[in-house]
Design a protein around this ligand. Structure first.
Ligand SMILES: Cc1ncc(COP(=O)(O)O)c(C=O)c1O
Length: 327
């Protein structure tokens, strides 16, 4: 392949994303945590540090999803009340002179989801809440309609799962080429709507690495699955091919393994996840119960001992505390 740094530059020059994040995000060795879980090497890709105002894995995708939007655009999206995708959309919409309208469904209450929900209320122009998950489509329609009164609208799919956003995640994977001495055995991350894992799978294919992407499923199977992730990866690859940027991909299978970490449901803590969160915290790493803790729990399972050199994709940024909006 061409030099990864040149490929990053070419993709940015061709698709002209907005600038929302601080790239590259750091890759930090975590030797103490590595020996605690019994792997030879562990490094943390600090996607949480993607931006001082609101980091996390969604920033990369939003750079591409916001591209070319006129100022005053109202970005409409959806997610759970504790959705960091919703929060990132709201915070970064303001950075490009726009606003966000959110349609949200109730999710299990945890300190992290409460903090994200409060930050969403403070940052979005409007939050339309479904009373139950089943009425989310109505909340989405109401959000879309009411956003129309605020300015020109742009739809951002749930989780930012769109081929353009996958291209942003691909750049994150390509960054690793200048940060590691040799390809890791695995990159482990939480699997939600699939865009992040799809981009990373494209990246390791582009780099010609034998690395497996291990997506730990933390959302229901109709949202988080291999089929959707594969579709996103191939759609992003086709999008790049239309701009004459070719990413090689194995014809049969993308290098993705999906493992289950959901437990009782999206946003519901699991005992394994809680144990992983406690261990990580002893080493200074803050994991959230919905995504990071469940993904890290995978690394603590005995069956993973054949994976020795690991990059953990640290996707959750603790929200910057926000004052509540005036009633
Ligand atoms: C903190 C965090 N980690 C991981 C994910 C999963 O990313 P994806 O939806 O791209 O699979 C999300 C999705 O919302 C997230 O908010």
């Amino acid at each position: 392949m061409s030099d990864p740094a040149q490929l990053i530059e070419k993709i940015r020059a061709t698709l002209a994303p907005c600038s929302l994040g601080d790239w590259p995000t750091p890759l930090e060795p975590a030797p103490g945590l590595a020996s605690a879980i019994g792997v030879a090497e562990l490094a943390l890709k600090r996607e949480d540090r993607a931006s001082a105002s609101c980091g996390g894995n969604k920033v990369r995708g939003l750079e591409f999803l916001f591209a070319g939007a006129p100022p005053d655009t109202v970005f409409v999206t959806l997610g759970g009340t504790g959705s960091t995708h919703c929060l990132a959309t709201a915070v970064h919409a303001a950075a490009v002179g726009g606003r966000a309208v959110l349609a949200q469904f109730p999710q299990h209450d945890t300190p992290a989801s409460r903090a994200v929900a409060a930050a969403c209320r403070a940052q979005a122009a409007l939050v339309v809440r479904a009373r139950v998950r089943g009425s989310l489509p109505l909340a989405v329609l109401a959000a879309w309609r009411r956003a129309g009164a605020l300015g020109p609208r742009r739809w951002i799919p749930g989780g930012g799962a769109h081929p353009r956003a996958v291209v942003g995640q691909l750049l994150g994977g390509l960054e690793l080429a200048s940060q590691v001495a040799a390809p890791p055995d695995a990159i482990v991350l939480p699997l939600g709507t699939g865009g992040t894992a799809a981009g990373l799978a494209l990246a390791v294919a582009a780099l010609g690495w034998p690395t497996r992407i291990v997506g730990v499923r933390v959302a229901p199977i109709f949202v988080a699955n291999r089929w959707r992730t594969t579709w996103l990866a191939y759609a992003a690859r086709r999008l790049l091919a239309r701009h004459d940027i070719r990413i090689p991909l194995p014809a049969s299978r993308i290098p993705l393994v999906v493992v289950d970490g959901l437990g009782p449901g999206y946003g519901h803590p699991t005992p394994e996840g809680e144990a992983a969160g406690r261990l990580a915290l002893q080493h200074g790493l803050v994991l959230d119960a919905t995504y990071g803790a469940k993904a890290f729990a995978f690394l603590m399972r005995r069956a993973t001992r054949n994976v020795q050199r690991v990059v953990f994709w640290h996707t959750f940024a603790v929200p910057v505390p926000q004052p509540e909006p005036a009633p």
